[in-house]
Design a protein around this ligand. Structure first.
Ligand code: SF4
Length: 522
């Protein structure tokens, strides 16, 4: 350990899990998995190491019968066709052909066994992909603009910045024991493509006149996060030049590591420290670590498109296009991913891009290749022109695999969206998010309609139900109304009543809205 773990001065103030992390660093479990558990099997895994599996990007799935889920970091959501093929092959060999895209642009497998893990790590490393620290109390997958490099609406290509910051932190033992998970967002897109306000640290596009020259760089937001107690990130009064982004990330994460709360797990995210310190004190502490930074410049974010890209769009490069495809609730299979990789190579620039709305973009498609691309059979289901409601439905994993889930989510989300597409005509696209528990991986707080799984008592016993919240949105910089979380409606809806209740809710909205009013303003 190269740094002084100052928080250990008062061991009585450390949660039980902090002691587990001090006894053995989370990253050490990767070697133990390869050298011991993969050989000796599931029953040989200690309870403490099972908790440390997260640092390998691996969790036990439900039921706890020896199967695991794994998350793979796809930083800024951009992968090559070769990487996509490697992922598809892992799903085919070990993951029952199932591939999920998460709301943080990562890829998730299920049904893995501990014996499979060393080979999966090797296969990932062979294509420069990693599951390491995709979970755990460490800097996780960096979300970003999936259109980086091809985007007409970005201030600069952020791919290399993300790459540099990612390379610095992955497997870096100075930062592998944070109080809790740390989520970063880096995007120069003017439509907030990387959902800045719900991250621990977000870089958003800005310009500033420095020494008479206009410099393109970033503004900084800190302390955002969802879960049961959601917080919107606060803006710091600083401007960050592109070459200072790594230094600033190190500063922010150092503050979190050394001053973040470690007594209670549910009070350990950076958002609680930022809420207590306030933006001004946080900025002062940051400057003490990284040196002076210019004050804020001009914010360049002008809207929020909720990371949706379906359809055909011209790229920054003349004559080239990107095509946004709908992946219903983020789930696809091996064959579909292989076919998309093939399309990316035959018609595009060989890249596939995952979005925070759980969808996929193919890029670099020349004008004269669009027609042929659109005829590909795989685009029948993964459509660039999806129906209204299925196009905007997001779902977390739910109790199919997640041991924290209270209810099933993905299948229900698809059936509700299909029902709405059949029964409701609406001239606007409502974003409907399902989550299986308060942890909010499906980001229900930023949805137009957010549904959180719960239970209700009936004469026949406990059954699945959902709490409904409405009107969540993120912001669009200084020019738009600020972000707000969805507000809960009274009552709890039985699982099999969700679709008809949403029909009623949307009908009420259609009848009552005034001209020009949208769902968020309603
Ligand atoms: Fe699991 Fe809850 Fe996250 Fe859904 S929101 S994946 S149920 S932890």
């Amino acid at each position: 350990m190269a740094y002084d773990p100052i928080w250990t001065a008062n061991p009585d103030k450390l949660s039980k899990f902090e002691l587990v992390k001090l006894e053995k660093d989370g990253l050490d479990v990767i070697r133990t998995i390869i050298e011991e558990y993969a050989i000796n099997g599931y029953d040989s895994i200690t309870a403490e190491d099972m908790d440390r599996f997260k640092w390998a990007g691996v969790y036990q799935q439900k039921p706890r019968d020896g199967h695991f889920m794994m998350r793979v970091r796809i930083n800024t959501g951009i992968m090559t066709a070769a990487q996509a093929r490697a992922l598809a092959e892992i799903a085919r060999l070990y993951g029952r052909e199932l591939i999920d895209i998460t709301t943080r642009q990562a890829i998730q497998f299920h049904w893995l066994t501990v014996e499979n893990l060393p080979d999966i790590f090797k296969r990932l490393e062979a294509v420069s992909l990693y599951s390491y620290e995709a979970c755990g109390d460490c800097p996780r997958t960096i979300v970003g603009n999936p259109l980086a490099g091809i985007d007409k609406n970005e201030l600069m290509d952020t791919t290399e910045i993300v790459e540099e910051i990612n390379s610095f932190f992955v497997l870096n033992r100075d930062f592998s024991n944070l109080p809790r998970k740390f989520k970063m967002s880096i995007s120069a897109n003017i439509y907030n493509n990387a959902q800045a306000e719900i991250n621990d640290l977000a870089y958003t596009p800005a310009v500033k006149i420095i020494d008479g020259n206009e410099v393109a760089g970033f503004h900084l937001m800190v302390g955002g996060g969802l879960s049961a107690k959601p917080h919107l990130a606060q803006k710091l009064d600083v401007f960050v030049r592109p070459e200072e982004t790594l230094k600033v990330a190190i500063g922010v994460i150092t503050l979190f590591r050394d001053h973040g709360y470690r007594e209670k797990r549910h009070h350990a995210r950076l958002k609680f420290l930022v809420a207590d310190w306030g933006a001004e004190k946080f900025k002062e502490e940051l400057i003490q670590l990284v040196g002076e930074l210019p004050t804020r410049g001009e914010d360049k974010t002008i809207g929020w498109q909720a990371a949706y890209f379906d359809g055909i769009h011209p790229q920054r490069q003349e004559g080239l296009n990107y095509v946004g495809l709908n992946v219903p609730v983020g789930r696809l299979n091996t064959e579909e991913l292989l076919q998309l990789a093939e399309l990316a190579e035959v018609y595009g620039d060989g890249r596939l891009r995952t979005t925070m709305s759980q969808n996929i973009i193919l890029s670099g498609i020349a004008d004269d290749k669009l027609t042929a691309l659109l005829q590909a059979p795989v685009l029948q289901r993964l459509s660039p022109t999806p129906k209204n409601f299925i196009s905007r439905t997001v779902s977390c994993t739910g109790n199919e695999f997640c041991s924290l889930a209270i209810v099933e989510t993905k299948k229900r989300a698809v059936s509700v969206a299909e029902y709405l597409d059949e029964h409701v005509e609406l001239d606007e696209k409502l974003r409907i998010h399902f989550i299986g528990c308060p942890n909010a991986c499906g980001q229900k707080q930023v949805a137009d309609i957010g549904l959180q799984g719960s239970l209700i008592k009936t004469p026949d016993g406990m059954i699945d139900a959902f709490d409904i919240a409405v009107g969540g949105t993120l912001g669009g910089g200084d020019l738009r109304p600020p972000a707000q979380f969805a507000r809960p409606l009274k009552g709890r809806v039985q699982g099999d009543r969700v679709a008809p209740v949403l029909v009623q809710l949307i009908s009420f909205y259609k009848e009552q809205r005034t001209a020009g009013e949208n769902f968020q303003e309603f």
